[in-house]
Design a protein around this ligand. Structure first.
Ligand code: GDP
Length: 199
């Protein structure tokens, strides 16, 4: 399925441009530079279906991709967050777009919250998790770039993230560990996504 059709559908800078809610959706979010584009590309087997955010803080759209032939679900690439120097206006616009989308999007089955393995959870991730808790959108925490740190360090970070996840009502207790570069954890994450959309 994932190596079949994956096609860019549209980019929605505002909620009025969202596609009709015709298919189940799985959204991806995370801090800017967390490795979101790389992970989406690796999961779908496309080299560059999702583009790296060239200017941090500028990409404020929700990007939709269709997966499967015929379409089985849509993948939603959410705008990155957590840039230190983002103007308040940009942050407010992000928050409004994301919160309203998450609260009102009926076909959204799951959100993947990407977290850099080297950094663990940051306050901006906690903020995102709270928005998801309040919107009652179930989410999986996905550690990225796992190839960049030692296995012992990775274990520690994963345990800390899991411990915090247990305090969040909408978070899955199981943490996913991935590396887009090494292909680590991708099969498991694909299986989880299929479970989520077929559930
Ligand atoms: P985005 O801004 O969240 O879309 O992040 P990108 O996918 O553009 O990745 C940010 C940087 O991290 C790029 O330089 C990537 O090459 C690098 N990167 C992403 N995933 C991995 C990974 O699994 N392993 C390693 N070593 N680097 C990665």
């Amino acid at each position: 399925l994932f190596s079949g059709r994956v096609e860019f559908l549209l980019s929605a800078p505002q909620l009025k441009f969202l596609p009709e809610p015709d298919f189940p959706e799985v959204a991806f979010c995370g801090r800017s530079n967390v490795g979101k584009s790389s992970l989406i590309n690796a999961l779908t087997g496309r080299r560059s279906i999702a583009r790296t955010s060239v200017t941090p803080g500028r990409t404020q759209e929700l990007n939709f991709f269709e997966v499967g032939e015929p379409t089985e679900f849509r993948l939603v690439d959410m705008p990155g967050y957590g840039f230190a120097k983002a103007p308040l206006k940009v942050v407010e616009k992000w928050r409004k777009l994301v919160r309203t989308f998450l609260r009102g999007r009926v076909p959204l089955r799951r959100t993947m919250v990407l977290v850099d393995s080297r950094h663990g959870l940051k306050d901006s991730d906690r903020d995102m998790m709270t928005i998801l808790d309040e919107a009652a959108v179930g989410y999986r925490l996905v550690l990225t770039k796992a190839d960049k740190i030692k296995a012992s360090e990775l274990e520690k970070v994963a345990a800390l993230v899991a411990q915090e996840a247990r305090k969040h009502p909408a978070a899955f207790p199981q943490i996913h560990i991935t590396s887009a570069e090494k292909g680590m954890g991708l099969d498991e994450l694909r299986a989880a996504m299929l479970f989520d959309v077929r559930d």
